[in-house]
Design a protein around this ligand. Structure first.
Ligand code: HPA
Ligand code: ZN
Length: 321
């Protein structure tokens, strides 16, 4: 078998790497009762109609994550899988509010994630960055409180993002939080144009000052926006398997990735929530190659883009590639 293409993963929710087997093991360890008999019954529930139906299950299942050890084990399992699929660098999202709201302190989450990330270069040859996402369906005040609570841990946190239910929660709602984060020297990204309209992508650029757009699929509905994204070499972190499972596109064969690359957009391919959407990033590369007929040069372009769009410094980028 050829060695997997070296690549960076830029759109990965660590909570979305919680495989059913680990979920049941942690439930046992922490005395949490899951509303599923076994891993098969849980897997059978992974039939989503849209983003919200996924989020409901996703936030429910993450209640098994309680201790720093749990977060370390989760993260180490992701890194092992990612390394086997050619990932050399990973910029990892986590959702502080989804844990603090359940009584798990932010310090516990960061300690667990950090323990696994510290070991990643030696154990797996992977460099990492951590990106803290705000839940956009909660009030902006809650995001601001979370940012303030994260100040003691900013040596470990590279940037901020915005995730959860998109429609009805436009980027501008978080203007002040993004300004405060920028003042703290944090990098800025946001989910936009996954289910929400192209105007949310414009807003993320103009109001939040983001450096990458997570998903960005719906930019295609606005030709002028596409021209701007091309001109500005604004990276899009696309997640084709997620788009199929959450019904943003009907089938993988119909995914607009080839059209987006041909238009000159800076596309990257990522796994989003691999435990739920049918594959890690190497599986995703394989799936788009098969379904969309991408050739070796296009796959290399996607891998190159992933390093260019990363928050690695130029010298680190060269070493990772
Ligand atoms: N979109 C929004 N929020 C999320 C996602 C996603 O794809 N995955 C995990 N949280
Ligand atoms: Zn996502």
């Amino acid at each position: 078998m050829p060695l997997p293409l070296p690549k960076a993963e830029l759109h990965l929710h660590i909570e979305g790497t919680l495989e059913p087997e680990l979920a049941f093991a942690l439930a046992d360890r922490n005395g949490v009762t899951l509303p599923y008999r076994d891993t098969e019954e849980l897997r059978r529930a992974y039939l989503f109609d849209d983003l919200q139906s996924f989020l409901d299950l996703y936030y429910g299942l993450m209640t098994v994550l309680r201790t720093a050890d749990d977060f370390a084990e989760l993260t180490d399992a992701y890194l092992a899988r990612a390394a086997a699929q050619g990932v050399r660098h990973a910029e990892i999202f986590f959702d502080p509010q989804a844990h603090t709201a359940r009584g798990v302190p932010l310090g516990t989450v960061v300690e667990g994630l950090g323990r696994a990330l510290d070991a990643a270069p030696g154990r797996y040859g992977i460099s990492t960055r951590l990106i803290m996402c705000f839940l956009r369906d909660l009030p902006a005040e809650s995001a601001m409180e979370t940012l303030r609570a994260a100040e003691p841990y900013l040596d470990r946190i590279t940037g901020i993002g915005l995730d959860s239910a998109e429609v009805g929660h436009p980027p501008a709602k978080f203007k002040e939080v993004y300004e405060a984060a920028a003042a703290l020297g944090l990098r800025r990204v946001a989910h936009a144009g996954e289910e929400g309209p192209a105007s949310y992508i414009r807003e993320a650029l103009d109001v939040l000052g983001v450096e990458r757009i997570d998903h960005g699929l719906r930019c295609l509905e606005d030709g002028e926006l596409v021209d701007r994204l091309v001109r500005e070499r604004m990276p899009l972190t696309l997640c084709p398997l997620s788009n199929v499972r959450l019904r943003a596109v009907d089938t993988l064969e119909e995914h607009p990735l080839p059209r987006m690359m041909a238009a000159g957009l800076l596309c990257t391919v990522n796994s989003d929530d691999p435990a739920y959407f049918g594959g890690y990033v190497g599986d995703t590369f394989h799936a788009v190659r098969e379904a969309l007929g991408l050739g070796p040069e296009e796959l290399r372009e996607l891998a190159r883009n992933s390093f260019e769009a990363s928050f690695l410094d130029d010298d680190e980028e060269r070493r990772a590639e």
